[in-house]
Write a protein that binds this ligand. Structure first.
Ligand code: NAD
Ligand code: MG
Length: 311
């Protein structure tokens, strides 16, 4: 089928059906974000433009009624969009985030409560192994159980050359992106039974590594591999494990030296859809993978990257 044209495109003799609003190129703006910088971890509310986490748009259909979810990095960006969507689909939601991110977390907690669901705030640092070891139990205790874990927290920091990438940075990136995922998933399995789901955030970087973020890209390949392995281990128990692999999504991660800042104005423009994605565009994938609708999808990676080919 021919792609419909964005609103405002001059009419031609084409017979392609015009379906305004569903054109993926025009559904969200093609931003030229200003060059900007925030120190890690940064705040959505200070990002220009503010990433769209679906506060004004996501409508739930009861797909996750009565479910209980923990989402790491649930304060901002993709994790925040998932938290808002899960609550509007009927789930109680715990979010984990760094204490400095409280202003972003407050927005998400308010949205969960406005949806009529229980919100649990669990600030802490995933490089603190005591916090990480207790996080899942704390979430389960305050939610009254746990049947969805979204391992979404992530660190991405550019290093201009391979020589400038320090062992310390590599270790921290692997701790947050990979080792914490092992700890949290292991702890979550104690609480989970048939119908539960673990969803990991990986990246298009797992297959197409950008040489400026070698450590980050390697963690994402590891996450894909772990997802497939764990799915085989726990599928027989009725627990599914999948991943979502976003492409370029406009979030504060990119603004905190996740990209060279001169690349921010054109961020995502090289995607086949010509623009960066917004966090809210990732949320339906996480809803699908958590809900029973995806009951025969296990050990998979759902790519939401605007069209970049993947293996
Ligand atoms: P984000 O900055 O909004 O979210 C990342 C979150 O990770 C932060 O909010 C923070 O709470 C958490 N985090 C980082 N360090 C932490 C630490 N030491 N302890 C506890 N939490 C910590 O950015 P985002 O883009 O929404 O990132 C979410 C996930 O999406 C990450 O795993 C990222 O790798 C992945 N991803 C992002 C993109 C993109 O283009 N934005 C593309 C592919 C994958
Ligand atoms: Mg954040």
């Amino acid at each position: 089928m021919t792609n419909p044209k964005p609103a405002g495109t001059p009419a031609t003799a084409s017979t392609a059906r015009q379906w305004e609003g569903d054109d993926p190129r025009a559904r969200h703006p093609r931003h030229h974000a200003p060059e900007q910088h925030q120190p890690e971890p940064g705040l959505d509310v200070k990002t220009d433009p503010v990433p769209d986490i679906g506060l004004d748009s996501y409508t739930g259909l009861g797909r996750l009624e009565g479910r209980k979810a923990l989402i790491t990095g649930g304060d901002s960006g993709i994790g925040a969009a998932v938290a808002v969507a899960y609550a509007r689909e009927g789930a109680d939601v715990a979010i984990a985030y760094l204490p400095d991110e409280q202003p972003d977390a407050d927005r998400v907690i308010a949205a969960i409560e406005e949806a009529g669901r229980r919100a649990v705030a669990l600030p802490g640092d995933l490089t603190d192994t005591d916090y990480t070891a207790g996080l899942v139990d704390a979430a389960a205790e305050q939610l009254g159980g746990l049947d969805i874990l979204v391992n979404n927290a992530g660190k991405q920091l550019v290093a201009d050359t391979p020589e400038e990438l320090t062992d310390e940075q590599v270790a921290t990136t692997f701790q947050i992106n990979v080792l914490a995922m092992f700890t949290l998933s292991r702890a979550a399995l104690k609480h989970m039974g048939p119908g539960s789901a673990i969803i990991n955030t990986t990246s298009v970087q797992a297959y197409n590594p950008n040489p400026l973020i070698l450590d980050y890209a390697a963690t994402k390949a590891a996450i894909n591999n772990y997802t497939k392995g764990l799915a085989q281990a726990v599928g027989p128990r009725g627990i599914r494990v999948n991943a979502v692999a976003p492409g370029p999504v406009w979030t504060v991660l990119q603004v905190c030296d996740g990209q060279p800042k001169e690349r921010l104005p054109e961020f995502g423009h090289d995607s086949p859809l010509g623009r960066a994605g917004q966090p809210i565009e990732m949320a339906p994938a996480y809803v699908f993978l958590a809900s029973g609708e995806s009951s025969y999808v296990n050990g998979d990676t759902l790519n939401a990257n605007g069209g970049t080919p993947t293996p």
